[in-house]
Design a protein around this ligand. Sequence first.
Ligand code: C5J
Length: 223
Amino acid sequence: MIEVAAAPFPYPFDPATTALIVIDMQRDFVEPGGFGAALGNDVERLTAIVPTVAALLALARRHGLTIVHTRESHDASLADCPPAKLTRGAPSLRIGDVGPMGRILVRGEPGNAILDAVAPLDGEIVLDKPGKGAFYATALGDILRLKGITHLIFAGVTTEVCVQTTMREANDRGYDCLLIEDATESYFPAFKAATLDMIRAQGGIVGWTAPLAALAAALETSA
Ligand code: C5J
């Protein structure tokens, strides 16, 4: 077992049974001119973490972790879209509407793609998810079980929505979860800070958090 200097206490894991889950690093959330920006959010906060997510992916690839990328996405018919996502949100731009980079959160549209800088490599798992959580209405649970995965390391956007929802789903399913603090971001700094606090509160009620440097130090010294 390798141990990461994490909060609220050290996080032990074995790379052979650990997956890196990179949540929704999609153009529509991260790039200027996308859905997130069209809703009035400051996407620069999200753009700023792209090099750190890329470095995390490179580290995970070097150490043989299973890698899963998710995309928040829907069928063109929107038949798979939970009602709350269709009826709530900014009335000016809803899921399925035509946005600056194609139909919002519709599979195959330019804005739905993962950013080139953190794009999946051949052999990595890419999962389209209709919910905020990556376990809802996807094969993620089966995929992880078949691979013998017990530990999950998280990155991506946004911290308090899709990242936190997926971590909570995973925690209830028995996975030990570590969130990389500088490889996740929110449009709202207070929401990110609160989410990190919530995750590690009460002795790690949802899991652990640590900076990328702590994970890198643990992996590189074990090699
Ligand atoms: C949101 C996400 N924020 N990927 N999606 O709607 O967190």
